[in-house]
Each structure stands twice: as C-alpha cells, then as structure tokens.
Design a protein around this ligand. Structure first.
Ligand SMILES: [Zn+2]
Ligand SMILES: [Zn+2]
Length: 319
C-alpha cells in the first residue's frame, strides 16, 4: 500500500505527464531523489522561431516532498543573463515557501515560463558589436542558440569569408581541396546554414545609430600599444595564430620567414624530418652534405602541383 505522500507525488507526475507530454522527463536514481527535467520556453503559441530564450528546469523530489521544498536547479540558460536568472530563483523560492505541503512543480514551470515570455529578447550584448539587444533591433538566433544582430552577423560572415578565402588561397592546392568551406558561429564554431542576403538586409543595431562617434582615447591608445607589442613578440617567437581542428592548420605561422611562404607548421615538421633523413643519407664525415632542406613542400607551394594528384583550379565553394 502506498502512503498518502506517495500518492500526492504520483498524482502530480501523472498530471504533469498529461500536460507536458514527451518533453517532460523523470529521472530515477539509485541513491538520490528522483528528479523531474523540463526545458522551459517562453509562450509564443506554436511559433518556435520566436522563442529566443530557454532554460532547463530540474526539480529534485527530496525525501519528504511535498511537505519539504524540492531542490530546484536552472541549467543551460540561453539568452538569459545572471540578473534575470537570479530574479527567477528568488521568485521560485517564494513560490516554494507559499506552497509547502502541496505539489508545486507545475506552478514553478508556469512561473519560469512567465518570466521567459517577459524577457523573450536575449539579454546581454551582441558579441560582435558589443551593443545591447534593445527594442527595435533585428537579431537572429542561431541553431546553437547564440544571438547576434542580423546586421552584425552579416558583416562578420562577409569579413570572415574574405579573410578565410585569402588564407585558403595561400595554401597548396592539395590542402585547399580538403579545407572546410562552411560558415561557423563566431562563439562556438558550430556550422551555420544561414541566408546571407536576408541577414544583410537588416538595419544596423539601434544603439549603434545613437552612439556617440568613436574617439581614440589615451586609454585605447595605450591598449593598442600593448597589444602591438604582444603581437610582435608572438611573431618573433613564431607564435601560433590559429590551428585547424581536424584538417590542415591554415593559419599557423611557424617562423617569421614562413609568413610569406604559405607553409604550415606541419610542413615545417615534415621538412625538418626530411632534412634529418637527407643528412643521415649523406656520406658520413661530410658536414657539407647536410644542407638546410625545406622541400618538397615548399616546392609544392610554388608549383601548386603535388605530383598531379589534384589540379589547382578555384577551390570548391568559393565565390
Ligand atoms: Zn551587434
Ligand atoms: Zn554558437
């Protein structure tokens, strides 16, 4: 026979299942309390495209619930800053206190949903222009739940494409063919499949229009100087500017002399190994027989023809 407390909980779970259906998950644990998980979105009817914020609610049904308040956690917030989250937490605490002794999960979900609907505009800044999102801004939510002014993302993608294409053009053709060409999110590098023309037609951020004109202050000048020194030091040391995650590292500077050769660190490593092999093959006792051997990769760069494996031609996906 189940106790009255058990019945209150099982009735609540049944009701939640009926209302929330498949999106609602009950997690059973061996030693800890069962917990309920639900991703809360703002109310926008069925228009998923208009949901710009969300948060995962986890309610741990601690021993003694509902006579004891459950543990409530908010995880994976998207488009919500700490201030909004803190305010939601405060409201939840009050709700839990007011509802001691009765099932409260649905009330908590509704409370969060109301808050999300009110702040269904990503809070915080656009990481590209650093202006806030305000009423009247045209912005976009990417598949990875990151937010940008549409205008800013268009500018970023355009600049990124030119810069990237430039770097790809300097690669030997056999590497060009294997280099990924898709657009990526500036925050998490997830693949983006967006219509550039639509983004481009958006107006600039509202705050940028009203912002005072840019002034190069003494503080900024000092910062520029500091950064220039760091960059110079990095270049002198053969600093790494960028690494390819899987494919070839298209933007790696290995030494100042490599800057104009289009060579990569991998090439340099291979070239060094080859140089050592060439030295070993040379007659022993003849130090002159070990020249600084930098090929054949450099030769590939100049000829752009790695043994006829692939022709040069425009790389696929280029403009
Ligand atoms: Zn922006
Ligand atoms: Zn992202």
């Amino acid at each position: 026979m189940s106790s009255p407390v058990d019945e209150r909980i099982s009735d609540e779970l049944e009701a939640l299942k009926a209302i929330l259906m498949d999106d609602f998950v009950v997690k059973k644990t061996e030693d800890g309390p069962d917990s309920i998980e639900y991703v809360v979105h703002p109310s926008t009817g069925d228009d998923v495209d208009q949901q710009f914020v969300c948060v995962t609610l986890e309610v741990r049904l601690v021993s003694g619930y509902p006579d004891v308040s459950p543990e409530v956690l908010l995880r994976n917030p998207r488009g919500l800053d700490d201030k909004v989250l803190k305010s939601i937490h405060t409201q939840i605490d009050k709700k839990l206190q007011d509802n001691l002794g009765q099932p409260v999960v649905y009330e908590v979900i509704e409370l969060i949903r109301e808050n999300l609907t009110r702040s269904n505009l990503p809070s915080g800044q656009c990481v590209i222009c650093l202006f806030d999102f305000v009423e009247g801004d045209v912005f976009i939510k990417t598949q990875c739940y990151h937010y940008f002014h549409s205008y800013c993302l268009a500018c970023h993608l355009k600049a990124g494409k030119n810069w990237y294409q430039d770097a790809v053009d300097r690669l030997p053709s056999w590497q060009q063919a294997d280099t990924p060409k898709h657009q990526t999110c500036p925050v998490c590098r997830c693949r983006l499949d967006l219509d550039f023309e639509t983004l481009k037609s958006a107006p600039p951020p509202v705050d940028s229009i009203n912002a005072p004109p840019f002034r190069l202050t003494a503080e900024l000048k000092a910062l520029q100087k500091k950064m220039a020194e760091i960059l110079a030091r990095q270049k002198a040391k053969g600093g790494v500017v960028g690494m390819g995650d899987n494919g070839p590292p298209p933007l790696t500077i290995t030494s100042p002399s490599d800057n104009d050769g289009g060579s990569t660190s991998q090439d340099a490593d291979k070239a060094d190994a080859l140089a050592r092999a060439a030295a070993a093959e040379a007659a022993p006792g003849s130090p002159k027989a070990a020249p600084v051997y930098r090929g054949p990769y450099r030769g590939f760069n100049r000829r752009g023809k790695p043994g006829g494996r692939r022709g040069r031609g425009a790389p696929a996906g280029s403009r």
